[in-house]
Design a protein around this ligand. Structure first.
Ligand code: 5GP
Length: 174
């Protein structure tokens, strides 16, 4: 089976959106400290670019999650495989996700973070697939809304491959 990747957003288009998100976040949190929580693995590229787009006081933390489900379907049962290195109590947290699909992962993480008593929790997602929503979650900062297609690149994988693509593409199988 061969896969072709057709481009959905070029590296330049992504850079423009990420820069705008950075400006918006810096403005919203002016004079305050922010903790960016990178939800691994898919968000590592996005978080690296977003952090540099925010002109402000930023700390980065990394959260390893594994979602169990059938095939590509998330179940919402999220296991933490790697936790934060420092407490986020009284801090302004932004959860950075690659893509909100069913919403189950973010819903679970929002519940988890509320128990850690941060000053606030916001969600920043690069992509959102509203057609697949199973639970409504607030997305405070969003890059792009996309159709119900499986996307790769810019951190997102297909069987752990393609995370290194500088653009976002759709896997076409033939
Ligand atoms: P949710 O819990 O919102 O259904 O799933 C979120 C996770 O599923 C994302 O963080 C991502 O890891 C994975 N996911 C959902 N849609 C896609 C997609 O189109 N491409 C890739 N590579 N991963 C996806």
């Amino acid at each position: 089976m061969t896969e072709r990747i057709s481009t959905l957003y070029t590296a330049a288009e992504i850079a423009v959106r990420v820069a705008a998100l950075g400006v918006q976040i810096a403005r919203d949190f002016e004079g305050q400290r922010i903790v960016l929580v990178c939800v691994l693995k898919g968000s590592f590229v996005f978080t690296a670019d977003l952090a540099r787009a925010i002109d402000g006081n930023v700390r980065c933390e990394f959260l390893g999650v594994q979602s169990y489900g059938e095939g590509t379907e998330s179940s919402g049962v999220v296991q933490i495989t790697q936790d934060l290195t420092r407490s986020v109590e009284n801090e302004h947290v932004i959860l950075v996700e690659d893509i909100v699909d069913t919403g189950l992962t973010i819903a679970h993480l929002l519940e988890l973070f509320r128990t850690r008593r941060p000053a606030s929790v916001k969600v920043c997602a690069l992509l959102h697939k509203p057609a697949r929503t199973r639970v409504e979650v607030p997305i405070d900062y969003l890059g792009f809304t996309i159709d119900d297609k499986f996307v790769v690149g810019y951190g997102l994988d297909f069987n752990q491959r393609y995370r290194n693509l500088p653009f976002i593409g759709v896997v076409e199988q033939d």
